[in-house]
Design a protein around this ligand. Sequence first.
Ligand SMILES: Nc1ncnc2c1ncn2[C@@H]1O[C@H](COP(=O)(O)OP(=O)(O)OP(=O)(O)O)[C@@H](O)[C@H]1O
Ligand SMILES: [Mg+2]
Length: 410
Amino acid sequence: MAVSLPGALLARWCLVRLRRGEPAGGASNSSGSTPRAGPEGGRGARRSMASVELRQVRKQYGQTSVIHGVDVGVRDGEFAVLVGPSGCGKSTLLRMIAGLEEISSGEILIGDRVVNRVPPKDRDIAMVFQNYALYPHMSVFDNMAFSLRLAGRPREDIQRRVEEAARVLGLGEYLQRYPRQLSGGQRQRVAMGRAIVRAPQVFLFDEPLSNLDARLRVQMRTEIRELHQRLRTTSVYVTHDQIEAMTMADRIVVMNLGRVEQSGAPLELYDEPANVFVAGFIGSPAMNFLPARLRRTPDGVEAVLGDALGLPLEGCELPDGSALTLGVRPEHFVIGSGAGLPAQVLGVEPTGADTQIFCRVCGTPVTVISRERHRFEPGGMIRLTPLPGKTYLFDAAGGQRIPTRDPRRG
Ligand SMILES: Nc1ncnc2c1ncn2[C@@H]1O[C@H](COP(=O)(O)OP(=O)(O)OP(=O)(O)O)[C@@H](O)[C@H]1O
Ligand SMILES: [Mg+2]
């Protein structure tokens, strides 16, 4: 059922339009489950892009506070991904940028304009939702043409834009169908097409791929990314899937419980997580966390795991006996039989390219990834040594990363 989406074509199409210097179009918001469109955002103007900035944005529903002072800056042309667990406030934040939710306090800027009081239709944004938000009683063509018609664009222009979008999205044969006659993937493409025909200043995506099957999801994320690389339209993309965030983002904003935990380039977050939450959220399989204790000896400082292993540390200011959490990524263990942490093998899963080994270390479950094809038996004992310079230390109480240097790194 998965129709292939010719992303290169889509990008080329958009590029051609940009080269022609076509107008920005009636980019407007498709609010909630009933898409709306507004007046022409920039008729006669070349497409302009815009930054998006949130300053100390808060949201309360009655007495319940769900967004607690968020600062986020998305640069002009950037593809930013808001990622975090369910209920952390991603959709709320996106809907506040769109103007579909009022903000309780703070400021939202699109470009250099504070839009707190600007209605959604005048924000020059287009939003793509998880639930597609298509008009059930309208054909695919009419769904895609809707905002352009409201914007009063000439008939031939609408025809051309919709047909071009439909062709590159692989929807050419479906223009006269109704949403109920389409698969989930096809409906999602209609929703994408409806946003694309408007050529807005900012795209907002709320989990647009989560109703698609795994293969189509991977394909669509590449296509969206490719499209963005050509168009460079500022985009804010919400997902709870950290792989989607890692593969698509110029910058990831990790949220938790209505706050931003950290923001940065994907590999920056992977290599330098600010706290346990980010360390555990970014990366799959997740980072392993082992309870440890700081020990000061005449020779220096070390993190001690159980009675088994002391990892030398430098630059750690905490007092002797402090409770720590040691973080080690699954790919950062050396497997041996002599020195190292004793680990009981619970299971082994070869995936072809590498092998995942599930163990128990000092009572804690640990996942190890190895490029070698080990044939350990469940119940067997192995030894694990974290790679020098690849461990992370966190304050066990607050979860904040403790800056240290591993002297084994040399
Ligand atoms: N209208 C509302 N009234 C009260 N609380 C609300 C309302 N809308 C959302 N919330 C609460 O705000 C919090 C954030 O919700 P939001 O939909 O932004 O989460 P999310 O990160 O998008 O989650 P998901 O990944 O499940 O979509 C949740 O705790 C939710 O229950
Ligand atoms: Mg949501």
